[in-house]
Design a protein around this ligand. Sequence first.
Ligand SMILES: [Zn+2]
Length: 182
Amino acid sequence: MNRLPIYNEDTPAKPGLYLGLFHGREDPEKKLDGWGFNGPIIGPLNHVHTTYLSHIKIEFETPQEARNYGFDPGSLMELVTDDDMVLFQGKWYGDWIVYYYKISSLPALKDITFDSNSIDEGKAKNQIITTTQYWDCDCNIDYIQPYTQKHCAVCNRNKEDCSNSRVTEVLQHKLPLNKHVG
Ligand SMILES: [Zn+2]
């Protein structure tokens, strides 16, 4: 499986509800020096539902996102606790946080090559207009990554090796785009 985004180190690929794991350790018996390691950011999710403080059930927005995290989308997806920690992929975490991630600040579209008021249809079809606000990874779906994301954990591509996204495709995917040229 590809590397998952890490809490406090990476940003999620898209806005949504996420479960972040941290205060991690490989062995629950071992005393920790400091805070241990940061764990994955899991999501985007529709909900997080805890039962009897021992079963944390999650539902992903899409089946593909569930598979990215090693879950079978057709079955119950849950993390279990062990003692007072949550267990995920063979590692223990003392802390977990459920939070909403939104893209809060986008750079101005300085790289748009013409004034959007003067686009004529024929010209727009022949001309490729890109934006630094997003880049294209190699995924078949959800391939448009925000500039804040440096790496796609699904196809394992880095932002620096990929090209900027086309504005038309960003808009087709209904992603937020800052059109204000600063
Ligand atoms: Zn990708």
